[in-house]
Design a protein around this ligand. Structure first.
Ligand SMILES: [Mg+2]
Length: 234
């Protein structure tokens, strides 16, 4: 008898190639809006944009700012970093970013093949910190939707990973218990420690082979390793 029934995959940088897809979107914005007036390159735009994001997500999750404000501030702050106070441009960049990002379809190597194989034996779900409309479109556009049973987003649950309420909500809505579940994700804090905090098994997808002190966590550097790991325990 197999040990797990439900596999929970993180989306960004676990299945959907966030770095590649973000770079593509930034190149599109850079050329579409002639941002060479403001930035040396799409890479510079991306670097400044990313430097704004984590603090804005923190403010969003602590309810200091709302969804739309958070989305706009990503570009408003990015422009302000280079002394440009163009609110209209920030709004147009925000809208174009929201529309273009889910159209990017590069997946992490092996993602489709692995989901296809595993979906024969397990129910596969997505657990993602992000906005429902955007994450759902990404899943549809990149072709993995047929393998996914449920999508859990922090926006819908109103609470982000690694908060235990996020994981408990997912378990409850599937009428299952933690012993039946396995989490796979690239973010050690939000995915792995989040799962481990409530005693759900987890596998850290660590393609860059980052070092951590905790040597007991199971790690993979290639998604295809999941096939042997999960079929061995049949
Ligand atoms: Mg991730």
């Amino acid at each position: 008898m197999k040990k797990y029934q439900h596999l929970f995959f993180d989306l960004d940088s676990t299945l959907w190639d966030y770095d590649h897809n973000l770079a593509q979107t930034m190149e599109f914005l850079f050329s579409e809006f002639q941002l060479n007036k403001y930035f040396h390159s799409p890479k510079e735009l991306q670097r400044i944009y990313l430097s704004q994001c984590s603090d804005l997500w923190r403010q969003y999750y602590s309810r200091k700012i709302g969804r739309n404000q958070m989305l706009l501030l990503r570009f408003l702050n990015t422009l302000q970093e280079i002394k440009c106070n163009d609110n209209d441009l920030a709004q147009r960049l925000t809208a174009a970013h929201i529309e273009n990002t889910p159209k990017q379809c590069q997946l992490i190597d092996g993602a489709t093949e692995v989901l296809k194989e595993l979906s024969i034996l397990y129910q596969i779900h997505i657990i993602t910190n992000g906005f429902t409309a955007i994450q759902t479109k990404k899943i549809e556009n990149c072709g993995i939707k047929p393998y996914i049973t449920k999508v859990f987003t922090s926006e819908a649950i109103r609470c982000p990973k690694p908060n235990k309420y996020f994981f408990e909500y997912a378990l409850k809505s599937l009428h299952t218990s933690k012993e039946n579940c396995l989490v796979i994700g690239d973010n050690f804090k939000t995915d792995i420690q989040g799962a481990q905090n409530i005693k759900i098994d987890a596998i850290w997808f660590n393609p860059e082979k980052k070092k951590i002190e905790d040597s007991t966590t199971k790690q993979i550097s290639d998604l295809k390793e999941l096939l042997s790991i999960l079929q061995l325990i049949q």
